[in-house]
Structure formats: structure tokens, C-alpha cells
Design a protein around this ligand. Structure first.
Ligand SMILES: [Zn+2]
Ligand SMILES: [Zn+2]
Length: 292
């Protein structure tokens, strides 16, 4: 009698020999969002409750309540839905929808919208959780931001939040140029530590441009402002800045994003405190000249 040989190599107990090959995580090339859900949960700085960050169709972030809510209990203006990792501000016809955390945030004295009894109860539960966290010493509410922040003293006239122009749009950066960090995920599953600014790649130029108007007829502050201009760079390079990726991850279509990009569309009225009328390093006779 001839025993049948095992079909594949295996151990004495029948388990397959050799380990399975691990598949690396990849993002579809036509995915509207490259942002991994891992690491996008956070806590509201005002109330300490859990929130989930999503990207909107205009690339701006929005924090949503982490659970779905019955659509019938949510006012039409507060209904959001997710599609392809992007948050859209309307319902999708289903019986469940998402809702912005701001609608339920108990740190606000008055809700931003008229709440239904079901949402008012959810807001009350969040308020109880906030109180529990505070009593347990696990949460300290963030101090409300001052509408008139003190001017930042700097002897080197470093621009802490530069205005950067690319793709014919001005953006306000969240950090100094050298500190704008790549958002891509590395092979070790951590966020890439490299900066977007790479001196080996084509760089932008600091220039003085009129601060306004950029919104047509609005009366905006005139005068010159310093901005980091990238519009003369190749289109692909400007896209790399828009995607907030280092040169190593510029063309890595399979690499997902671990963080949202932090560009804010620059508005001279809203961001007037970040307008600098002098180029970095040029500070004759006292200070960088930030607008009051
Ligand atoms: Zn909150
Ligand atoms: Zn990178």
C-alpha cells in the first residue's frame, strides 16, 4: 500500500509549513480619500468626548460624532453621510446618518441648532461624560482662544505660520515651512518624519505681494505681504505640496495618509494677524511688522 504524500509541505500536526505572506496595505489609485481611519479618532478639546475626523469634499476637515444616528431624529441641515472616506453634508437617503460633533458638543452654552428630543438626550449624556472625566482628573477643558492673541515676539523674524501660494491659491500653513511634515504612512506604519520642504527639490521663493483684494469687491487691507511662492514650480511639484508629502512619497500611490493636510485657504480678513509685510529676516527698526 502506498500512502498518499501530503499535498503541500506541512508540520507533523498537519499545519502548513512556512508563514503566510503578509499583504501590505494599499490604497486604490482612484480612491477619493487616502486617509486611513486608523489614528483619525480624537477627543474634543472643549468637552473631552470622542470625535472622528473626516475630510470633506472641499478638503477641509470636519469632526463627526463617532456613531450613526437615526435620520428621522436629525434636522435635515445636520445630516452628513460618508462615501469613499469623504464626508458629505447631506443625507444619502438611508435611515441612518452621521452628525457633526459641534451640534452635540456640551461645551457650547447653546446648541448651534434646535435639537430634537433624541439629540438633546445624546448631548446630555455627553455632558455627563465630560463631568465624569473632569471629576476623575482625566480631562481638563482647553481655555477658550482669545480673539486678540498677543503678538509673537521673535528676534529672528521667523514666520511661524507662513502663507504659501500654489495652484493659484494662497494657503495658510499650520507650521513654519521647515516643520510642515509629510502625512504619508511609512512601511513601519508610522507617519513619515520627513518635511515637505526639500532643498534638493525645486524650491519656492519668498516674495512680497499685495495682501488683497482676492475676493472681488470686498474692501480688504491693502499693502504688501510676504508669501512663499511655488507657482513657478512644475505642476506635479505643486500637487506634492498640496498633498503635503515629502519627495520620497510624492509618487507613492500605494502609501496611505496617516494625517489630514493642514492647509487653510488664506483669507486676509480672517487671517490678518498672520500677514507679514516684510520678508523673513528683513526686520529693520524693530520687529517683523505683524499687522495689529
Ligand atoms: Zn466637544
Ligand atoms: Zn514622506
Amino acid at each position: 500500500m502506498c500512502p498518499h504524500p501530503p499535498p503541500v509541505a506541512c508540520r507533523w500536526d498537519g499545519s502548513p509549513l512556512g508563514s503566510r505572506r503578509h499583504r501590505s496595505l494599499r490604497v486604490s489609485a482612484n480612491s477619493p480619500s487616502r486617509l486611513l481611519r486608523t489614528g483619525q479618532t480624537s477627543r474634543c478639546r472643549a468637552c473631552g468626548n470622542r470625535i472622528e475626523w473626516y475630510q470633506r469634499d472641499n478638503h477641509r476637515p470636519v469632526s463627526l460624532h463617532p456613531y450613526e444616528v437615526a435620520t428621522s431624529t436629525v434636522p435635515a441641515s445636520c445630516r452628513w453621510h460618508l462615501s469613499g472616506g469623504i464626508a458629505y453634508r447631506h443625507g444619502d437617503g438611508s435611515t441612518w446618518c452621521r452628525i457633526p460633533h459641534a451640534v452635540l458638543c456640551p461645551s457650547r452654552r447653546t446648541p448651534t441648532t434646535r435639537l430634537t428630543p433624541r439629540l438633546a438626550e445624546a448631548r446630555r449624556q455627553l455632558a455627563v461624560r465630560t463631568r465624569t472625566l473632569i471629576d476623575a482628573g482625566l480631562f481638563t477643558p482647553a481655555a477658550p482662544a482669545s480673539p486678540h492673541p498677543p503678538p509673537q515676539a521673535s528676534t529672528a523674524c521667523a514666520i511661524t505660520r507662513p502663507v504659501v501660494q500654489f495652484l493659484y491659491t494662497r494657503y495658510l500653513a499650520a507650521h513654519p515651512l521647515e516643520a510642515i511634515r509629510c502625512v504619508a504612512q511609512t512601511r513601519t506604519r508610522y507617519r513619515c518624519p520627513r518635511p515637505v520642504l526639500d532643498t534638493a527639490a525645486p524650491t519656492g521663493t519668498w516674495t512680497l505681494r499685495p495682501a488683497g483684494p482676492v475676493h472681488g469687491q470686498l474692501a480688504l487691507p491693502d499693502g504688501l505681504m510676504a508669501l512663499y511662492d511655488l507657482t513657478h514650480l512644475p505642476y506635479a511639484e505643486q500637487l506634492r505640496w498640496r498633498a503635503q508629502r515629502c519627495t520620497a512619497h510624492a509618487g507613492a500611490l500605494g502609501a496611505a495618509d496617516l494625517a489630514l493636510t493642514q492647509w487653510q485657504t488664506f483669507d486676509p480678513l480672517i487671517h490678518h494677524s498672520h500677514i507679514r509685510p516684510r520678508l523673513p529676516g528683513a526686520a529693520p527698526n524693530g520687529g517683523c511688522g505683524a499687522r495689529p
